[in-house]
Design a protein around this ligand. Structure first.
Ligand code: UD1
Length: 419
């Protein structure tokens, strides 16, 4: 197992290019099995979750050629409609093959994702939506079993906006007979990216990016090319890296419009932000110390829960007190105890963190518990005095492409070692 070793201190400076969005690549790859013909997907980040999705598509019978950041997939036939426990337990997003398998092949058996470090993450809304489309859905021996000769379009109301749930339903509805209207749909940019890809393939989708998505089912989808959008969470992580080290960082190949909720908070904290077409420049070199700001995580276009741990790291060294409220996942605070080991002053009150900024954190060995928590700990390590070792880096590798190399390019003292 690897660990990341950081010597804190240097102000980060320079340019960093953002990779493709993991959370876009995963549904787009899953959706390739909705039709025949070749799909060539570019700007695919080389991260472990994407490799896992490729393995899963291979198990189902698709031909997958993944080289560098390009993946070519053909799913003219499928040999299996089962997503096994061994894969789903390593990646919850495997559940994204449920909608496509059911819609195209009439059945799907997908291991029910289990518990998770950031709280209970049910898939009840995915299942209720598919049932609305006419599927027979049951849970047997730890597996979701869904069956339907051909799905039928229907109105679906989601109790809470769910990102992968909306994606599953949008994919399934693409091949249903008739019209589906998904209300209270998630509005994340990754949903729009998936809708764009499906539309290129012949799907008829309108309203993606708003809370009402309408899908008119078609008989079949064809192959198509697509370039995955930039990863807004990776972009945000580099911006916070610049802010926490009082540096000057140009984050390029990103979509600034996807970063607005974070940029607003960084501005409020005192960082200078300049936005250009596909890049954001953050300058914190002239700010003596960033100020604490209050943050509330919300579905898009609110502040992303996937940036919460990174923001908590930043607030741990900001001036004054800040309150971070997590409203999307109930127990996404596993990084807090680890940040305390580095000297952070954080009080947990239900789903709120009250953070009193310290002048300086001190390096320590810390344990990563999930993907974004790992990123938060690395950021804290960049600003801490002395050496920080982040253990269990496999969480980080699920979602960040070459992060230590990219941070090193900005002047960080960071390396990967064997644990
Ligand atoms: C996706 C992202 C993840 C991000 C999250 C929230 C991917 C692969 N992952 O996860 O990085 O942190 O969105 O932005 O895109 N819920 C239900 N029932 C359901 C489904 C969800 O109650 O059937 C609840 C969840 O418990 C949670 C909320 O809805 O409280 C939002 O979760 P959801 O949007 O579904 O997260 P994911 O799609 O799993």
């Amino acid at each position: 197992m690897d660990k990341i070793v950081i010597t804190g201190g240097p102000s980060l400076r320079g340019e960093v290019q953002v990779s493709g969005a993991k959370n876009s690549a995963l549904p787009i790859l899953a959706s390739t099995i909705l039709g025949g013909g070749e799909c060539v997907i570019t700007n695919v980040p080389r991260v472990v979750d994407v490799v896992t999705m490729g393995k899963l598509l291979g198990i189902l019978g698709a031909t997958v050629h993944h080289e560098g950041n390009r993946a070519a997939i053909k799913a003219d036939v499928i040999h299996s409609t089962q997503a096994p426990y061994e894969l789903v337990k390593t990646m919850r997003a495997s559940v994204l093959v449920l909608g496509p398998l059911l819609a195209r092949w009439g059945e799907a058996t997908v291991s029910l994702p289990g518990g998770c470090a950031i709280g209970s993450r049910p898939v009840n809304l995915h299942l209720a939506g598919l049932a609305k489309l006419g599927a027979e859905v049951s849970i047997e021996h730890g597996y979701i079993r869904a069956k339907a000769k051909r799905l039928k379009g229907a109105p679906i109301y989601c109790d809470v906006p769910t990102v992968t749930g909306t994606e599953n339903l949008m994919m399934a509805a693409s091949l249903a007979q008739g019209t589906t209207v998904i209300e209270n749909a998630a509005k994340e940019p990754e949903i729009v990216d998936l809708a764009d890809f499906l539309t290129k393939r012949g799907a008829r989708i309108s309203g993606a990016g708003t809370d009402i998505i309408t899908v008119e089912g078609v008989r079949e989808l064809r192959g198509s090319d697509h370039e995955v959008i930039p990863d807004r969470i990776e972009a945000g992580t580099h911006l916070v890296a610049g802010a926490i080290t009082k540096g000057s960082v140009l984050v390029s190949r990103c979509r600034p419009e996807h970063l607005e909720p974070l940029l607003n908070k960084l501005r409020e904290a005192g960082a200078r932000i300049r936005v250009e077409k596909e890049q954001v420049h953050l300058d914190a070199t002239k700010t003596a110390r960033l100020k604490g700001v209050d943050v509330r995580t919300l579905p898009f276009p609110g502040f992303p829960t996937d940036m919460q741990a990174q923001m908590v790291a930043l607030m741990s060294v900001a001036e004054g007190t800040s309150v971070v409220t997590e409203t999307v996942f109930e127990s996404r605070f596993m990084h807090v105890e680890e940040l305390r080991r580095m000297g952070a002053d954080i009080r947990v009150e239900g789903n709120r963190l009250v953070i009193t900024g310290r002048e300086q954190l001190t390096g320590a060995p810390v344990m990563a518990s999930d993907l974004r928590a790992s990123a938060g700990l690395i950021l804290a390590g960049l600003a801490a005095e002395g050496m920080t070792e982040v253990l269990r880096v496999y969480h980080l590798d699920r979602g960040y492409e070459r992060i230590e190399e990219k941070l090193r390019g900005l002047g960080a003292v960071i390396e990967r070692r064997k644990e």
